[in-house]
Each structure stands twice: as structure tokens, then as C-alpha cells.
Design a protein around this ligand. Structure first.
Ligand code: ATP
Ligand code: MG
Ligand code: MG
Ligand code: MG
Length: 570
């Protein structure tokens, strides 16, 4: 590519609203242009980066046997009503109407659409397993769009959905996806860590997140150096220790996830006040639609649990404490995470999960009760259980697996994989015929990567005072040739054009800066844009058969024989 024929829009000033280096640098380098809150155009330079990320993701998905398709961004309300998520997804969903006043959303995710495809197109066990993916635009009306493309409203996601005859097959594909994700982030040159994750509103059992490690990350991660324990502790940040009810309510409102709606539901069931200590209990209730909902509640303070008042609330029934097995099933807690509750009261609900049916849960012989105050645990109800709270850990605390101590770091969530099990297939009757001609519900998994967020995350990891330091795999250009005195010297023109063509022929993504700019301007722009290799060619060096080479990460330049440059930069 010749710089004179490309479009650059670098700028000196940092955008006012930018808080993070990656955001500042993406705007300054001219990768993105803001249109409105959480809305960005990818300029030609930025799109080259985005496409490189996409290519790596696509190749690894294809290698892992996934099949690419493309679904509509706009989705009819009726599909979302089948799973109940039209009501519970919350304000992140952008709802729209067509000219006939029919309701749609701009898809924040695609479980409903793909499950609709599966139930209509998949007939027999012989067709399974199948894993479909797309790379496509999502819209989520984030409460606080910020950090540029890292928390945008419109963004690019790779989302994959797998379908299976049984759990063993789902686990196999889940492992394959885990490996594919590790390959993607390794190939992209990122420092990352996979951690156990909360399954949130998507639901299901097993779940891992992939985080790019960066101090500016929004999530807290706890991990053990001497074992493979690693988990997300993001909720510790979401609800900081607080002494007033209104402050906590305020914080809960800020946690703008689909969890919020359900939080509000359960908040009605409980008398909330806030103290400092955080422990947790898990509760289960049926909502109006008869769906059993799982709630994780943080206990604050050191009052006796018997004092918790669970009120009777319209639309809710069967409200009770979850059993240890239920908690494990819902939270994917490792052993050692759960112990008997001693004390604690004053409940704040922070997370919920809708489960497919009440029969998923068995709660001994005890009848659910509306009013628990005074209840004798162990006699009237199962002993309540405490989810040991990793959300409050400090570095050096024992790892829940007992194999060492925890370290803490921060991360940016760039990928998330889930074992959905039958949550969507049951709700939407996605079935197949087994070997005996019997109708069976499909097992499902889903797997997301924040394609556009990766670009911001990579820059958070790679930058200095001069600008972006891109890994070679996603740099807009791998090599820039800075032609000194291009306008004036035919020798420079001939030599740089020849080298440009040779590099291009060798498959190197090369930019020839033929604009006749001063060296200082060319160097500053190349550094700002994060181009990994810089070659400087001027008449003096040419007379000696040399060019000057500098890596973006090196302080000093070195002289390289012109004849060996093509090999040198590869
Ligand atoms: P977050 O916790 O950051 O809000 P999420 O858990 O809501 O993310 P998922 O539903 O797991 O996101 O979606 C899959 C991936 O999409 C995420 O791992 C993330 O990389 C990306 N993603 C989610 N929300 C955004 C956003 N607002 N802007 C850019 N990328 C996003
Ligand atoms: Mg989110
Ligand atoms: Mg998340
Ligand atoms: Mg997630």
C-alpha cells in the first residue's frame, strides 16, 4: 500500500470523553471515529486491524469444525417471548417497531434465532453434533458506554452455538472451543487467562471467560499459581462495601445487566439493609410464568439468618433456600466453596439464573414456605448453605481448591463460553429423533468472542508514550518503508518501490510512505499507528547498499543490507 493513496486521519488531541489509553490512541491514530455514544465507525486503517482479528477467529473456528452462517441482526419479539427473555433481558435490549407496529429487537445475542433454526432444520441424531457461528454486529444499550470500542453499544461479536444429542458430546465441543479460544488469543499475541465464570442471564451450568490481562480491566480475577483454579470476582466491584441502603440500590442500578430486573423482583421479597461483611446465600422462587429462578444473595452484617424476612409477593411462589446441590449446579462452584451458614442477615440479591424447570431441583421433603422468620432450619427446611465468597478475597487467601493461595489481577473479558444444556432447546422445543425414533431435547452450548473489543484490549496491553504497539498479527501494516526525500530522489523512488513490491510478493503487509513528509512526521505517525517494523531509506544509505531498520519496541535503529531486508523483517 502506498501512503499517498491511503487515507490517514491521525490527530494530536485526545478525545474529551476518553479515560483509557487504548481509547485515546485508537482515536488519535485514526482507527475509529465516534458517531455517538457507544457508536463508532471503523476507518480504513482500523478496519484493517479488525479484519485481521476476524481472520484469526474465523480460521480457528473453521479448524475446530464450526460452520459459518449469518443471521439477521433484527429479531422478532415472538421468539424472545418463547424463552421469556423479552421480559427479563432488561434495558440493554434495544426494542424497535416496524411500520405495522410489530415489535422487534436489535439482537444483543442470538440464542433464540439459532434455536429456531435448529428446531426447524435438524431432524435426526445422525446430523448431530453441529456447531454454527457468525461474525456479526450486536447492539446492547449499555448503561455506560465507555472505553471506545471496548464497551460500545454497537459492536462486533463472534457468536457460536452448538447442538448435541447428549451432555458428553456438549462437553467435547466445549473443550474444543476452549482450546480454539486459547489458540485465537495466543495467535493474536495477547497475554490472557481463562477463568471460571458466572453464567448470568444466559443461563446454564459450565462457563469460562477469557480475559486479556490489563490493570485497566473492569473485572477482578482470582487465580492460584500452584493449581489451575481461576475465577472471576467481578461482582466485588459491582457492589462495593456500603453503609446505606440507597447507596447500594444506586450501585445495583448501575450494574446494568439482565440480572437487574430479577434483582428488583427479589428485592421486593426481602428486607434489605446493608452492613459491611459479605457472605452469600442462595434462594429459589417460582415466578408468574412458573419458571424456577435461582438467586444468589449476598449477606451483609452478622445477624442471625433466622431474622431474614421472606415476604409473600404477588407473582412469586415457592420461595425457599436452595440446597447445596442446587447451588453447585447453578454456580458451578468447586468443592470446598460451600459450607454451613453460621450467622448473617440483611440480604441483597445480586444475581439470578432462570432454570428450565422446578424438577431440576429437589429440596428434600420440606414444603416451601413463604415466611421464614422463626423457621427452624434442619427441621422445617434444609440447613441453609453459604457460598464461600471469593468476591471479597484478598491476595494470599487460601485457594478454594486447597492447593495454594490466591493472587489477584484485573482483566478485560474478550471471550465467554457456556454450557447452556437444555435451557433454550426445552423452552423452544428444539428436538431430534434418536436411534429408536424417540423425540429428545437437544443439548446446547454457546461461545462468544468480542471481536471489536479485542482491538482495544490489545492496545491496553501494548502502548507507550509514542503510541500503539500492535502485535504483528493485528497491526494495520507489518512494515513501513519511510522514504527520505521521496519527491526529490529518483534513486529513492526506484529503490523503495522495488522493496515495497518484493515485500508484498513475499506476503508481507507493507506500507510505503511516499508522501515526501519530513522523517520526524513519518516516524511519529508510524509509531502512533503501532507498525511493528520500520525501514528508512535515503540516498546516503542507498549509496552504501544499506537501509536503516528499527523495531517498534526497540529504542535504537540498526543498519541492514538492502539485499537482505526481505528476509530480515519476516
Ligand atoms: P461484559 O461483562 O463486559 O458486559 P458480557 O458478559 O455482557 O460482557 P457476553 O454476553 O459474554 O458479554 O458476550 C460475549 C463477548 O462479547 C464478551 O466476552 C465481550 O468480549 C463482548 N462484549 C460484550 N459486551 C460488549 C460491548 N458492550 N462492547 C464490546 N464488546 C462486548
Ligand atoms: Mg454485559
Ligand atoms: Mg461479563
Ligand atoms: Mg460474558
Amino acid at each position: 500500500m502506498r501512503a499517498s493513496q491511503f487515507f490517514f486521519n491521525t490527530q494530536k488531541e485526545a478525545p474529551n470523553e476518553a479515560e483509557l489509553q487504548s481509547h485515546i490512541l485508537m482515536v488519535r491514530a485514526g482507527l475509529i471515529k465516534r458517531l455517538g455514544s457507544g457508536l463508532y465507525s471503523w476507518m480504513p486503517l482500523g478496519l484493517r486491524v479488525l479484519r485481521k482479528v476476524e481472520r484469526v477467529v474465523r480460521e480457528e473456528m473453521n479448524n475446530a469444525g464450526a460452520l459459518e452462517l449469518l443471521m439477521p441482526a433484527v429479531q422478532p419479539k415472538e421468539l424472545w417471548e418463547e424463552t421469556g427473555r423479552w421480559a427479563v433481558f432488561g434495558p440493554q435490549m434495544l426494542k424497535i417497531q416496524d411500520r405495522h407496529e410489530r415489535e422487534f429487537c436489535f439482537g444483543p445475542t442470538h440464542e433464540e434465532v439459532i434455536t429456531d433454526i435448529a428446531r426447524k432444520e435438524i431432524r435426526s441424531y445422525k446430523q448431530l453434533p453441529l456447531n454454527f457461528y457468525q461474525i456479526q454486529t450486536k447492539f446492547r444499550d449499555e448503561i455506560r458506554p465507555r472505553f471506545g470500542v471496548m464497551r460500545a453499544r454497537e459492536f462486533m461479536m463472534k457468536d457460536a452455538y452448538s447442538f448435541h444429542t447428549d451432555f458428553a458430546s456438549l462437553e467435547q465441543t466445549y473443550d474444543t472451543m476452549y482450546q480454539a479460544y486459547s489458540n485465537v488469543f495466543t495467535r493474536l499475541g495477547l497475554k490472557f487467562r481463562a477463568v471460571k465464570a458466572d453464567t448470568g442471564a444466559i443461563g446454564g451450568d459450565g462457563s469460562h471467560e477469557f480475559h486479556v490481562l490489563a490493570d485497566s480491566g473492569e473485572d477482578g480475577l482470582a487465580y492460584c499459581e500452584t493449581s489451575d483454579f481461576a475465577a472471576n470476582v467481578e461482582l466485588a466491584e459491582a457492589i462495593p462495601a456500603s453503609t446505606s441502603r440507597s447507596a447500594a440500590a444506586e450501585t445495583m442500578r448501575e450494574v446494568d445487566t439482565p440480572k437487574q430486573t430479577a434483582c428488583e423482583d427479589v428485592a421486593k421479597l426481602l428486607e434489605i439493609s446493608i452492613a459491611r461483611t459479605v457472605k452469600a446465600i442462595a434462594l429459589i422462587a417460582k415466578d408468574e410464568a412458573g419458571n424456577a429462578k435461582f438467586y444468589l444473595a449476598l449477606l451483609r452484617g452478622d445477624h442471625n439468618l433466622n431474622e431474614v424476612k421472606l415476604g409473600k409477593v404477588a407473582g412469586f411462589s415457592d420461595f425457599r433456600f436452595a440446597t447445596e446441590e442446587e447451588i453447585r449446579a447453578n454456580l458451578n462452584c468447586p468443592p470446598g466453596f460451600i459450607g454451613p451458614v453460621g450467622v448473617g442477615a440483611n440480604v441483597t440479591v445480586i444475581a439470578d439464573k432462570t432454570v428450565a424447570s422446578m424438577s431440576d431441583f429437589v429440596c428434600g421433603a420440606n414444603k416451601p414456605k413463604f415466611h421464614l422468620a422463626g423457621v427452624n432450619f434442619g427441621r422445617d427446611l434444609p440447613e441453609p448453605v453459604l457460598v464461600a465468597d471469593i468476591r471479597n478475597v484478598v491476595a494470599g487467601d487460601a485457594s478454594p481448591d486447597g492447593k495454594g493461595v490466591l493472587s489477584l489481577c484485573r482483566g478485560i473479558e474478550v471471550g465467554h463460553i457456556f454450557q447452556l444444556r437444555t435451557k433454550y432447546s426445552e423452552a423452544m422445543s428444539a428436538t431430534y429423533l434418536d436411534e429408536n425414533g424417540q423425540t429428545q431435547v437437544m443439548e446446547m452450548g454457546c461461545y462468544g468472542i468480542g471481536v471489536s473489543r479485542i482491538v482495544g484490549a490489545a492496545i491496553e496491553q501494548g502502548n507507550d508514550e509514542r503510541g500503539i504497539i500492535f502485535p504483528k498479527s493485528m497491526a494495520p501494516f507489518e512494515v513501513v518503508i519511510c522514504a527520505i526525500g521521496y519527491d526529490k530522489s529518483e534513486a529513492v523512488q526506484a529503490a523503495t518501490k522495488k522493496l515495497h513490491d518484493e515485500l508484498q510478493a513475499a506476503g508481507v503487509d507493507v506500507l510505503l510512505d511516499d508522501r515526501g513528509e519530513r522523517p520526524g512526521v513519518m516516524f511519529a505517525e508510524a509509531d502512533l499507528m503501532g507498525i511493528p517494523h520500520r525501514l528508512v531509506i535515503g540516498e546516503r544509505g542507498l549509496n552504501e547498499g544499506n537501509v536503516e531498520y528499527k523495531a517498534r519496541t526497540q529504542a535504537d535503529a540498526q543498519s541492514v543490507a538492502l539485499a537482505s531486508v526481505v528476509e530480515f523483517v519476516q
